[in-house]
Design a protein around this ligand. Structure first.
Ligand SMILES: [Zn+2]
Length: 499
């Protein structure tokens, strides 16, 4: 009913052998403590250079048996949908074939279904409640390190559910990344462009994101883990400490978390809670905090959004909660949640850029406007949220409409040029070209909320005739979507009435 480690490995091998155009299986650099190989599977459609990546990890905690199965099944489901052009249906949730096609065309999906093979073997043969890996610990007969406490983030600070004692289930290990199983996952983060990460656990029906060690605050950027004293084997010594997160990142975690929650609820009505990791209990050295903290600890690294899922409800016994007799309903929920995570990881402007521009400078200029300017105000962040909502459906519509796509690419190019030179103003022709794209998009989407978002863009855009880029950005930074466009004079065209 649950796949053994050998079955997971051979399924990965079969997929890579039969469908080399989609799947690549890689053996990670290190064997497990007991010498088992650990594999990553990459799924993508088409060729070309490395893309924006999403990394899905399962089986970190051995007794949480469902999630390696969920990840390998998701790989098959995505591939079959793509190859047969069929919708992906999980209970009451239908993912249109075009959405799945976009995910496989746009992303590199990295999967480590079974990060802790020794633990899984132990659970299936000896002790069905085993959690850690199977490391021998010096000076004690107690076995194993908690692989979700071993990452180099606040490592060894025993805040909440983290321990320095090898005999506990939450032992952080002798040093950060002391374990080959955790170094393997770090290797993928170090060597690929991972934009989003999820470590899939069980149970409690949660979608967790940073921070896990302390409550989050968005007002004092000086309060960072990088300058916080990190006492080994003691909890945080600063009373009332709260970790900083830029409001834009918090918003993104909340937005993506809500999308995942909704995608899960649509399957059969289970309502997961999306919240900061500390909502479960305080921890250090976890994967989701570590992956997100990397770009803060080292400014040369790109940002990765890190999530933890806790799949499945608490049922009568803890054993049944970790590995129910029939895991299929929970697996369907988890798969739908992972599809939502993948979809939310697509970056529309990057994708359009890749289709049309050899260099990515156009795309970078616009991303800079987003990250350095829009993200700094409430209204600006509302626009970012709006663009993120329409991104995936807009790209699906564009990929089915070559003219729309090339018109959009022209706009991206023009907007990027304007963002570098503020002396030129938006002409009527440029605004009209923009309006044409937005209206055409609006005619191609059915969702009422999306149409409302597109209408909000239309209204603002119409008010930008004769404006330079800095003025236009300033307006977005001060005027949230849905607000009335400012009055203007001396230009043709009118803001269309809302309807
Ligand atoms: Zn777990």
């Amino acid at each position: 009913m649950y796949r053994t480690v050998a079955q997971l490995d051979s399924q990965m091998q079969s997929l890579a052998t039969w469908f080399p155009g989609f799947f690549t299986r890689t053996q990670l650099p290190e064997a497990s403590v007991q010498g088992r190989p650990v594999y990553a599977l990459r799924l993508r459609a088409g060729t070309g250079p490395e893309r924006r990546g999403v990394l899905l990890v399962g089986g970190t905690h051995a007794r949480e048996l469902m999630n390696p199965d969920a990840i390998i099944e998701l790989a098959v489901d995505l591939f079959v949908s793509y190859a047969t052009n069929r919708d992906l249906v999980y209970g009451g949730k239908t993912w249109p074939a075009a959405d799945i096609k976009l995910i496989l065309d746009a992303l590199d999906i990295w999967m480590v279904p079974c990060a802790n093979p020794d633990g899984r073997v132990h659970v299936m043969t000896v002790d069905d409640m085993w959690r850690k890996n199977r490391a021998t610990n010096a000076g004690t007969s107690c076995i194993g390190v908690d692989l979700n406490r071993n990452a180099d983030f606040m490592w060894g600070v025993t805040e909440g559910q983290t321990s320095c004692s090898p005999c506990t289930d939450i032992y952080a290990g002798p040093s950060a990344f002391s374990e080959p199983e955790t170094r393997n996952v770090k290797h993928l983060l170090d060597t690929h462009r991972i934009a989003t990460f999820v470590d899939v656990h069980s149970f409690s029906e949660l979608i967790l994101w940073p921070w896990g060690h302390a409550p989050t605050q968005t007002t004092d950027p000086k309060k960072r883990f990088t300058t916080l004293p990190q006492p080994k084997c003691k909890p945080i010594q600063v009373t009332g400490y709260q970790e900083y997160m830029p409001p834009r990142d918090l918003q993104r975690f909340q937005t993506v978390g809500a999308r995942i929650r909704d995608a899960i609820a649509a399957v059969r009505g289970r309502t997961y809670t999306s919240e900061a990791g500390i909502g479960l209990y305080p921890t250090t050295g976890t994967w989701s905090d570590y992956v997100y903290s990397r770009h803060i600890a080292s400014s040369a690294l790109e940002k990765t959004y890190g999530f933890t899922f806790e799949t499945g409800p608490r049922v009568e016994t803890v054993e049944d909660s970790f590995h129910p007799a029939d895991p299929r309903p929970v697996i369907r929920d988890a798969k739908s949640g992972m599809v939502a995570l993948l979809q939310q990881s697509i970056c529309a402007i990057e994708l359009i850029g890749a289709q049309f521009f050899r260099a990515q400078t156009e795309v970078r200029a616009l991303q800079k406007v987003r990250d350095k300017l829009l993200s700094t105000t409430d209204a600006g962040r509302e626009w970012i949220a709006l663009f993120e909502r329409i991104e995936a459906p807009a790209v699906v519509a564009m990929l089915g409409d070559r003219e729309l796509l090339s018109d959009t690419a022209e706009l991206v190019k023009r907007a990027s040029a304007l963002s570098k030179d503020d002396t030129t103003k938006l002409t009527d022709d440029e605004v009209d070209a923009g309006l044409k794209v937005v209206r055409r998009l609006r005619s191609r989407v059915e969702d009422a909320d999306l149409r409302k978002d597109l209408r909000a863009i239309e209204v603002q855009l119409d008010g930008l005739r004769g404006t330079g880029m800095s003025k236009a950005v300033e307006r977005l930074m001060t005027t949230p979507p849905g607000a009335k466009a400012p009055a203007r004079s001396g230009s043709k065209g009118k803001a269309r009435a809302r309807g």
